[in-house]
Design a protein around this ligand. Structure first.
Ligand code: M6R
Length: 366
């Protein structure tokens, strides 16, 4: 059942090239230059005329929502707010029938997300679901939606659900960008062809596994870990930290890299590993200066960089390379080594990777 892998989590990490392909199969028609998604096609007007999109989710799905915020605003120029479902539902939010709510949930059973959907529906908003489990409560409660088609995710730590959620949300954003006319045909094409390369590039990113295992050995006894990223990769930093916390029980925090100097920098000493996402697009130079700040305080730097990187290589203690891609698609690749890092550290610490203490795969109570 684990397909030769020691744990479901590792199996699911390795399934990502396939899962992402399954997510866009039949939807992304690069040669014809179209994206076909029934749930979007049938509700195009509602989506295009939305005053704003409110994304609600919990945990890893909330992180996918944060990535989507960057994608929707940057590509489709639609204002987005991302909310923890649990906060949204209880704070008497301002919602109108001009709003579109997107609920993201792997299981489709998360109690807070379901309650947020019901609230938004009562206020007249159009509710769109991004779920993995077919026929789940959230899939049934939403007005329309798009499944991720990631296949069953058994490991409590979400992996392939995350990357396929981002894939679906990217497809939606691209489609809306095209329909709104904010994307030229050439630019649209460039994205479609690059998206088609993603499964092969994820495969490449997975080749970092042996190196990541060596790095895990060095830091497995750490008590804290900091994750930094900017822009599209800020949510990836949050997700990297969550993965480490939940399966290895090491305290970890994710931060936007520039926020470091507003507090967390005080934590840095020679015992603090800092995982930095430093891909070559999007504020690269700024991240490099953050890395210098960490180095001068003797922090240990584990950097995720673009293949062929020179500058960070000279500063970091460890560099993990991922293939080059469009900036907005980098989260699909930068996430991979972070998943592997938390996996190996948890295994080395003797933790129950697939069923971490105190956690359940779906949180059906608030
Ligand atoms: O099924 P959902 O996507 O709604 O679940 C949301 C969270 O409970 C879930 O992502 C949780 O944070 C995972 N354990 C993260 O790995």
């Amino acid at each position: 059942e684990k397909g030769g892998f020691e744990h479901f989590m590792l199996k699911e990490i390795y399934e990502q090239p396939r899962a992402i392909l399954d997510t866009y199969r039949g939807r992304l028609l690069a040669k014809q230059g179209i994206i076909k998604m029934a749930g979007v096609d049938e509700n195009l007007e509602k989506l295009l005329n939305a005053n704003r999109i409110i994304i609600v989710a919990c945990g890893t799905s909330w992180h996918a929502g944060l990535v989507a915020e960057y994608i929707f605003e940057d590509l489709a120029r639609i204002p987005v707010e991302v909310e923890y479902a649990s906060e949204f539902r209880y704070r008497n939010p301002v919602i109108t029938d001009k709003d579109v709510l997107i609920a993201i949930s792997q299981s489709g059973e998360t109690a807070d997300t379901l309650a947020a959907i019901k609230l938004a529906k009562e206020k007249g908003a159009f509710v769109f679901g991004v779920c993995n489990v077919v026929g789940s409560s959230i899939a049934r409660e939403t007005d329309a939606g798009a499944y991720t088609h990631a296949g069953p995710e058994i490991g409590v730590a979400s992996t392939k659900a995350f990357t396929t959620q981002i894939t679906v949300l990217t497809l939606i954003a691209l489609k809306l960008a095209k329909e709104k006319g904010v994307f030229t045909t050439t630019r649209f094409h460039e994205y479609l062809t690059e998206l088609e390369q993603i499964p092969a590039k994820v495969e490449k990113a997975l080749e970092s596994n042996a190196l990541v295992e060596i790095i895990a050995e060095v830091y497995k006894d750490s008590t804290n870990c900091l994750y930094l990223g900017r822009g599209y990769n800020f949510p990836v930093a949050l997700e990297g930290a969550l993965k480490l916390k939940e399966i290895s029980y090491i305290h970890a925090e994710g931060y936007p890299a520039a926020e470091m100097k507003h507090g967390p920098i005080a934590l840095i000493d020679e015992h603090m590993p800092v995982v930095v996402i430093a891909t070559n697009k999007g504020h690269y130079e700024k991240v490099v200066s953050n890395i210098q700040e960490i180095k001068s305080r003797k922090g240990k730097i584990i950097a995720v960089v673009t293949q062929g990187d020179q500058q960070v290589k000279e500063l970091a203690d460890h560099v993990i390379e991922i293939p080059e891609t469009l900036e907005s698609l980098t989260p699909l690749l930068t996430t991979i080594p972070l998943q592997l890092l938390s996996y190996h550290i948890a295994v080395m610490r003797g933790c129950n990777v697939d069923q971490p203490r105190n956690l359940a795969k779906s949180v059906t109570v608030e």
